[in-house]
Design a protein around this ligand. Structure first.
Ligand code: UD1
Ligand code: UDP
Length: 362
């Protein structure tokens, strides 16, 4: 059996890493196809280096563009590789354009598709990822749902139960596998002159937040209010999309916000573990905050991670400045004793075992 693992962006590299490691451990016949949707050193190569990942066999060098440009170029490139390699299974993770392109190219060639992190829904159709998730789920043959809730959503949409496997989320594997390394290797607190529990951490990169001037301004204003109230630094590893938009809109960063370049996984985990609270619109970071028992304020009106709201690790604040401040105060009063709903850190192994039992050996 031959497996093709397709990935293209930062979160896919991080969440696919535990599966790649498991394929290596089991000595399987597999290869990595990188679309290079992300290509900057600190969104791409740094993770291959830090996580000591196997190099990709194919690089499509697709880069940035409109949705059609990115997805179209990927479809062409992926199809060529699939014709040549003829894998038995294509594995994709998450909800980016690389995921949709991988699933679509494979299914048209009658190659089986496995979707890791299936069944997530924000029910917000303007979010490009929501379209990617729905389409990918509905052309997949093996759907690896992280939670029972995700499985229920898929069944509700008519996906046959035989195709769905509740495996947990590989982000738990990634966090557990790297925490030890973080303790030994990360020096980020010293570098940024930070003390444990005495700073906030923020990330924001979703188009609905950063591509509209007024919305982005409200988020920055909210961060300014937090500094006014708590007088603690707010660390912001800024995504290139956001950096570009702030420049375009000529917006100014509020006092107290310390903007840095995106950082590697070990340093980012170290910042997450030691922060007072995380503010984010990232999917993966909502999960990591929950796993690490760090309170999270989500800068969105919806989330495809409702489990975090139910257990109380996370709250939705949207892009409303006052609500952002209120949500921070509310979350800081909470006890950090929730249980992690995303699995036991063995999702990668579970997923690979299911693949081995379901895909015919040839
Ligand atoms: C993409 C995903 C999003 C995911 C995010 C992870 C889609 C539709 N979006 O969003 O789901 O949460 O990745 O971070 O697939 N850029 C660089 N260097 C890079 C990559 C991008 O500078 O290596 C800049 C370019 O100006 C580009 C912009 O960032 O135009 C956006 O990149 P793109 O990959 O289109 O979307 P993301 O916002 O990164
Ligand atoms: N991350 C990182 N460095 C950073 C910011 C984020 O390593 O400077 C990691 C973070 O720990 C998480 C992942 O990137 O695992 C989240 O990626 P992103 O927010 O880009 O995408 P999303 O999860 O929203 O799809």
């Amino acid at each position: 059996m031959k497996i093709c693992i397709i990935l293209g962006t930062r979160p896919e590299i991080i969440k696919m890493a535990p599966i790649i490691r498991e394929c290596q451990r089991k000595n399987l016949n597999f290869f990595i196809l990188h679309t290079n949707q992300h290509y900057s050193e600190n969104l791409d190569k740094i993770f291959f280096k830090e996580l000591e990942l196997l190099k990709s066999r194919y690089n499509l060098n697709v880069g940035s563009g409109t949705h059609a440009e990115e997805t179209g170029k990927m479809l062409f490139g992926i199809e060529k590789v699939l014709f040549k390699e003829r894998p038995n299974l294509v594995l994709v993770e998450g909800d980016t354009n690389s995921v949709l392109a991988g699933a679509l190219a494979a299914t048209k060639l009658h190659i089986k598709v496995g979707h890791v992190e299936a069944g997530l829904r924000s029910y917000f159709r303007e979010m490009p990822e929501e379209i990617n998730r729905i389409l990918t789920d509905h052309c997949s043959d093996l759907l690896f749902a992280p939670t029972e809730k995700a499985k229920e959503i898929l069944i509700g949409e008519g996906v046959s139960e035989e195709k769905i496997f509740v495996t947990g989320n590989t982000i738990v594997d990634a966090v557990y596998q790297n925490l030890e390394l973080v303790k030994r290797k990360s020096k980020i607190l010293g570098k940024l002159n930070l003390q444990n529990g005495k700073y906030f951490l923020v990330t924001a990169h979703r188009p609905e937040n950063v591509d509209k001037k007024e919305i982005l301004r409200r988020i920055l204003r909210g961060l300014g209010l937090i500094y006014k109230k708590f007088h603690l630094p707010i660390i912001y590893p800024i995504h290139p999309r956001t950096k570009k938009m702030i420049k375009k809109f000529k917006l100014r960063f509020p006092k107290g916000l310390k903007v840095i370049q995106p950082i590697g996984y070990l340093d980012f985990l170290e910042l997450e573990v030691n922060t007072k609270l995380i503010l984010t619109d990232s999917g993966g970071i909502q999960e990591e905050a929950c796993i690490l028992r760090v309170p999270c304020v989500t800068l969105r009106d919806n989330t495809e991670r409702p489990e975090t709201l139910e257990i109380g690790s996370n709250i939705l604040a949207g892009a409303n400045s006052k609500k952002i401040l209120e949500s921070v105060s509310k979350m800081l009063k909470k006890k950090r004793n929730w249980r992690n709903p995303f699995g036991d850190g063995k999702s990668g192994e579970r997923i690979v075992n299911i693949i081995l039992s379901k895909i015919k050996h040839v």
